[in-house]
Unconditional design. Structure first.
Length: 323
């Protein structure tokens, strides 16, 4: 009897060692769009579960909304463009980037021909809708500067991301600056009235995994598991693009051709590299110049807004920052 009990105890201990160690639930706020493909793949392929990460994805319309959920305590980790962390560094400085999920040139400026907009200079005196305080607004300002149009020459109309397409159809705005897949929705709705503006590569968007500094301190083990699952997803996207496209078409309800175009336009490498720092430094200068923040907000140390420690543990070699 003792031998049987001992054997049973040893078997149970072995099973516990092999079973995934699901700890507390990690709530992940996920912005809808091709930028979040690694999260979609990790969820669809069961990578979170197999890495022992108890992840609960929460849908949000934009990175801005995802970060708001994080700061309000409704999420533990959020997906968002780096700009939100750049701006946060001037004030609360409670956010940190733990990894870049994707980088892309996905922003677009789209206009209505019937509004008399056929080329960038035609935007002077026009109403341009965008999501204020996001990477879309930063892109618009940078794009206008590149095109030789002063920001003061256009009327910025701040709108939620999910109202931009309707605003164009209802002629409440003459143009929009926005990310995918909303840009494609706007283009499809306008049809022959669409005037697609040039898309110079004036901004590389880094779509990142963001957490609260206090949350990182108490949930670092779970975040490492999350990163390992996302690294496996990035590998699948690179090695099996057809499978990745299928996940994207299902999640965003788009065609295979659209999904293929998104894969070409995005780099889904999970990393932290120096280009992220360079972009955030440019955004800090823009934030001061455009009045997003004031000099009275104090000096900003952007390197403090990037926490490479967990990614170094999860994916050795994925961090190439110069600190």
């Amino acid at each position: 009897m003792v031998r049987c009990l001992l054997s049973a105890a040893l078997f149970l201990a072995a099973c516990l060692r092999l079973a995934p160690a699901f700890a507390h639930e990690l709530r992940l706020a996920v912005s809808a769009g091709p930028v979040s493909l690694p999260v979609y793949v990790a969820e669809a392929k069961g990578y979170f579960k197999s890495e022992g990460a108890n992840v609960k994805p929460l849908d949000c319309r934009s990175g801005k909304q995802c970060v708001e959920m994080l700061q309000q305590g409704h999420a533990d980790v959020a997906t968002a463009a780096e700009l939100l962390v750049s701006l946060n560094s001037f004030t609360k400085a409670d956010l940190s980037i733990v990894a870049t999920l994707s980088s892309s040139h996905q922003m677009r400026v789209l206009a209505r021909r019937s509004a008399g907009v056929l080329r960038p200079h035609d935007l002077r005196g026009k109403r341009v809708g965008t999501v204020a305080g996001t990477s879309a607004e930063y892109y618009l300002d940078t794009w206008l500067l590149f095109q030789g149009v002063d920001r003061s020459e256009v009327t910025l109309v701040p709108l939620p991301a999910d109202r931009l397409a309707a605003a164009m159809e209802n002629r409440d705005v003459d143009a929009v600056a926005i990310w995918e897949p909303i840009a494609s929705t706007v283009a499809d709705a306008l049809k022959d009235d669409l005037a697609a503006m040039p898309t110079p590569r004036v901004y590389t968007q880094h779509f990142t995994l963001v957490t609260n500094r206090r949350k990182t301190a108490v949930a670092n083990t779970e975040i490492v598991k999350l990163l390992r699952a996302l690294a496996r997803a990035s590998q699948l996207i690179a090695q099996e693009p057809a499978a990745a496209r299928q996940v994207l078409t299902t999640r965003l309800r788009i065609t295979d051709a659209q999904a293929a175009a998104y894969l070409v336009a995005h780099d889904y490498s999970l990393n932290l590299d120096q280009s992220l720092v360079s972009t955030m430094e440019s955004q800090a200068r823009w934030a001061l110049r455009s009045g997003q923040v004031t000099k009275g907000d104090g000096a900003v140390n952007l390197l403090r807004a990037i926490d490479p420690g967990l990614l170094r543990i999860a994916v050795p070699g994925a961090v190439s920052l110069v600190r």
